[in-house]
Design a protein around this ligand. Structure first.
Ligand SMILES: Cc1cc2nc3c(=O)[nH]c(=O)nc-3n(C[C@H](O)[C@H](O)[C@H](O)COP(=O)(O)OP(=O)(O)OC[C@H]3O[C@@H](n4cnc5c(N)ncnc54)[C@H](O)[C@@H]3O)c2cc1C
Length: 236
């Protein structure tokens, strides 16, 4: 299967790695002219004008760290090697340790380093093609009862096709109705490609939180309304 990943930020690069390590091909289309750097410091020279918080310190969440441990331990090693500092939150919690506390470890790290480690790992994968300076301006749609995306259109006229399209363009795209990507994405590029895919994608933002019984009692209505009510839950 060939997956077209729109956007080469944290989500896009991680998605491409997951796709490649599951035995598929991925092409990552990124608007900015960012290349994989050999050393972490090189990332601070990247021109990432589309990401306003690029240089701010980041806390790499425990869930992300856990995913990296299984999906891409090489990326985790690279982050630690580049100076990312593990922060054991469980050690600062009162009371008995509970199952899962061992995984409550954040990484203090700057965003350029996170991207550097992910991009470098992606560049080493033979089934990932990284295409910097590739600005997406629209979706390629196939005719049918319901529109189906078969690829993306790039500025300059090229269409890049795939079996699955992953939208990892982030939130800093042009607003609805503006003269930017979102409006252009509504302009379908005619496509004659037909086919099916058994694979779908979804993007979510979630935060895992631990609660005490008193907090759970006070917020029971909220927790009850989430699909995974309990000691962990999803907050929007
Ligand atoms: C001030 C601030 C602090 C934050 N701190 C944290 C934190 O400490 N920990 C944490 O986990 N999260 C933090 N976040 C949230 C986190 O930064 C975002 O969740 C994350 O950036 C989302 O990554 P993404 O890859 O989905 O999107 P982005 O990082 O926005 O990446 C999108 C990519 O798509 C590219 N792109 C956009 N349009 C096009 C186009 N038309 N064609 C081609 N490419 C395109 C962009 O250039 C970019 O590379 C913070 C956010 C902010 C604003």
């Amino acid at each position: 299967m060939r997956v077209v990943v729109a956007g080469g930020g944290v989500a896009g690069l991680a998605a491409a790695l997951a796709v490649a390590r599951a035995g598929h091909e991925a092409v990552v289309l990124e608007r900015d002219a960012v290349e994989p750097g050999s050393d972490p410091q090189s990332a601070f020279g990247d021109d990432r004008r589309g990401i306003p918080h690029f240089f701010q310190p980041h806390a790499f969440l425990p869930r992300g760290r856990r995913v990296l441990t299984s999906l891409a331990p090489d990326v985790l090693d690279a982050l630690i090697g580049a100076g990312a500092e593990p922060q054991d939150v469980a050690a600062r919690l009162r009371g008995e340790r509970e199952p899962g506390d061992d995984e409550l470890i954040y990484l203090w790290v700057r965003r350029p380093i996170i991207e550097w480690a992910l991009r470098r790992a992606a560049a080493k994968e033979p089934t990932i093609e990284l295409r910097p300076a590739a600005r997406i301006v629209g979706l390629a749609l196939a005719d049918g009862r319901a529109p189906r995306a078969t690829g993306v259109a790039l500025e300059g006229g090229e269409t890049v096709r795939g079996d699955v399209i992953v939208d990892a363009l982030g939130r800093y795209r042009a607003p609805e109705g503006g003269d930017g990507a979102r409006r252009r994405r509504r302009t379908a590029v005619p496509s004659t490609t037909a086919g099916t895919s058994s694979c779908g994608t979804a993007s979510t933002t979630s935060t895992t939180v631990r609660t005490t019984p008193s907090i759970r009692a006070a917020t029971s209505a909220t927790w009850a309304s989430t699909p995974s009510a309990g000691t962990t839950g999803r907050m929007r």
